[in-house]
Ligand binder design. Structure first.
Ligand code: F6P
Length: 548
């Protein structure tokens, strides 16, 4: 079953939302809170260990009704069924989008082209489990008989960002293995990453879905050369493993057949951390924790698949984002986790969100005349408060922000956690209420500031507030909770793609840069600059003339 092609702007709900926006654009959240003591009771969803309070948004009940109506008119329910059923919803590549199958229980029957993929999924999972156990407990050793101490993941984009983000996020649960990530083709990055490593005790995991990515193959080559300065060609089999769909290319590279972890073309790179692409996660925290991560994601899949739209966390967050993106004209969204462990969550989701929904052609092949993908950015709080929060509070741009916090810390330091969380709550409150003239004047009176000085300072110290935020309060940063959180954002991406009527699972724009880089590399190698636009030609000639 194909997804329907519905231009969202042609739906009745969109037209009603446009009218409704005229009433809401200057609505005051402070006034809505003042008029309704039950506002957060109405606008929150409690699910498992997640409390999602979305009451601090410029919405009322009608806004939510209309947004849910938009989802209905866009065919969201049928699209969700197609997604989970393994239909080829990635139509430009004629592929299913089934990262959800990677976290589905073994007894399920998930078909791709009429074949149940679960036996294969579980056979790879067993291989991951066995391999990780052997490396962690020292049964499997390096070429001089020493146990492994370090793991280096070599991959880029989806073959790097997800594993790197989760390894850092679950650092509390990690074992003795140190895991590093080499991604950029920048040779300095490679050499810095190899510093201090002992080839005898280092395992290299080359991750590339296609096994054709220039960066990863060059880095893998360089790392193998580095390894061969100590070990022999024969020893490579003990130290290099690969994750890929392209078994032929991996074998050509010289990786032992037993050291290949397969994946499938129905798993998009940016959604692949649940597959063998997550090998470095499983090495870092053990297979049991990796499996808990998958379990948490599956729980969120079930919530998303079955909860009615107005009680469905990914759906509601996706709709609120559409409200600001398409009606208020917001250009970006911020994501602020109040834990340093989630430092890489925003960069990870930048690929998920912007590579998926950065599209300007709809599913009919027509150029859209409405806004699609949002720009996503963020850094952990409280650091971000001391960096860019000024612009969110008092700048001219509307930046809806998700705040993600945890009720309990992992190391149990209550004093620090209470300070951290008091900032978490204070920021959303400040963004909601701002500071009125009367409040600033009262402060001045206390501080003895009056007359011309008070009059001069007043406008700078007033905050309008009325800045929308979602608060995601989660019990604890466990592997399960992290799995649910990542799956939540994956499904938010899906919902937005459905409503914007775009294909979220291809990335042709990125492919163009890859093609051009290859032909420019030939020109750099030969020194023969071909015809380009005047600027590129000028720059290339300058580069060739001045490089040492
Ligand atoms: O950046 C484009 C992209 O194709 C991503 O979608 C993908 O995650 C990344 O390159 C790496 O690709 P591969 O895993 O095939 O090396």
């Amino acid at each position: 079953m194909a997804m329907e092609n519905i231009n969202p702007t042609g739906t009745a709900a969109w037209k009603e939302l446009q009218k409704h926006y005229a009433d809401m654009q200057n609505a005051s959240m402070q006034e809505m809170f003042a008029a309704d003591n039950n506002r957060s009771e109405k606008f929150h969803i409690q699910w498992n260990n997640f409390l999602v309070d979305y009451s601090k948004n410029i919405v009322n009940e009608r806004t939510l009704d209309l947004l849910v109506k938009l989802a209905g008119e866009s065919g969201l329910a049928a699209a969700i069924d197609s997604y989970f059923a393994g239909d080829a919803i990635n139509r430009t590549e004629n592929r299913a989008v089934l990262h959800t199958a990677l976290r589905t229980p073994q007894t399920a029957d998930v078909k791709v082209d009429g074949e149940n993929v679960m036996p294969e999924v579980f056979s790879v999972k067993s291989k991951i489990q066995e391999f990780c156990n052997d490396i962690i407990n020292g049964t499997r050793k390096g070429y001089t008989g020493k146990t492994f101490t370090d793991v280096v993941n070599i991959g880029i984009g989806g073959s790097d960002l997800g594993p790197a983000m989760v390894v850092e996020a679950l650092a509390y649960y990690r074992n003795h293995l140190n895991v590093r990530f080499i991604s950029n083709v920048d040779g300095d990055h490679v050499m810095e990453s190899l510093k201090g490593l002992n080839p005898e005790t280092t395992l290299f995991v080359i991750v590339s879905k296609t096994f054709t990515t220039q960066e990863t193959l060059s880095n893998a080559q360089t790392v193998r050369e580095w390894f061969l300065k100590s070990g022999s060609q024969q020893d490579v089999a003990k130290h290099f493993v690969a994750v890929s769909t392209n078994i032929g290319k991996v074998t050509e590279f010289g990786i032992d057949k037993n050291n290949i972890f397969p994946m499938w073309d129905w798993v998009g790179g940016r959604f692949s951390l649940w597959s063998a692409v997550g090998l470095s996660i499983s090495l870092s925290v053990g297979f049991d924790n990796f499996d808990k991560l998958l379990k948490g994601a599956h729980d969120m899949d079930e919530h998303f698949r079955t909860a009615q739209h107005d009680k469905n966390i990914p759906v509601v967050l996706a709709l609120l984002s559409i409200w600001y993106n398409n009606f208020f004209g917001a250009e970006s969204e911020a994501l602020i986790p109040y834990t340093q462990y989630l430092q890489k969550l925003a960069p990870y989701l930048q690929q998920g969100i912007m590579e998926s929904n950065g599209k300007s052609v709809d599913r009919n092949g027509n150029t859209v005349d409405y806004q699609t993908g949002t720009i996503i950015w963020g850094e952990p709080g409280t650091n971000s408060q001391h960096a860019f929060f000024q612009l969110i509070h008092q700048g001219t741009k509307l930046i809806p922000t998700d705040f993600i916090g945890f009720v309990a810390p992992l190391h149990g330091n209550k004093d620090h956690h209470d300070k951290l969380m008091s900032n978490f709550f204070a920021q959303t409150e400040a963004l909601l209420n701002g500071k009125t003239e009367a409040q600033v004047e009262a402060e001045f009176a206390k501080q003895g500031i009056d007359g011309d000085k008070a009059a001069f300072l007043l406008p700078f110290k007033v905050f309008t507030g009325n800045k929308p935020t979602n608060t995601l309060l989660i019990d604890k940063l466990t592997p399960e909770a992290l799995g649910s959180l990542i799956a939540l954002y994956e499904h938010k991406i899906f919902v937005q793609g459905v409503i914007w009527n775009i294909f979220s699972y291809d990335q042709w724009g990125v492919e163009l840069g890859k093609q051009l880089a290859n032909s420019i590399l030939d020109e750099i190698n030969s020194g023969d600059v071909k015809q380009h636009d005047n600027s590129t030609e000028f720059l290339l000639k300058y580069f060739l003339k001045n490089r040492k």
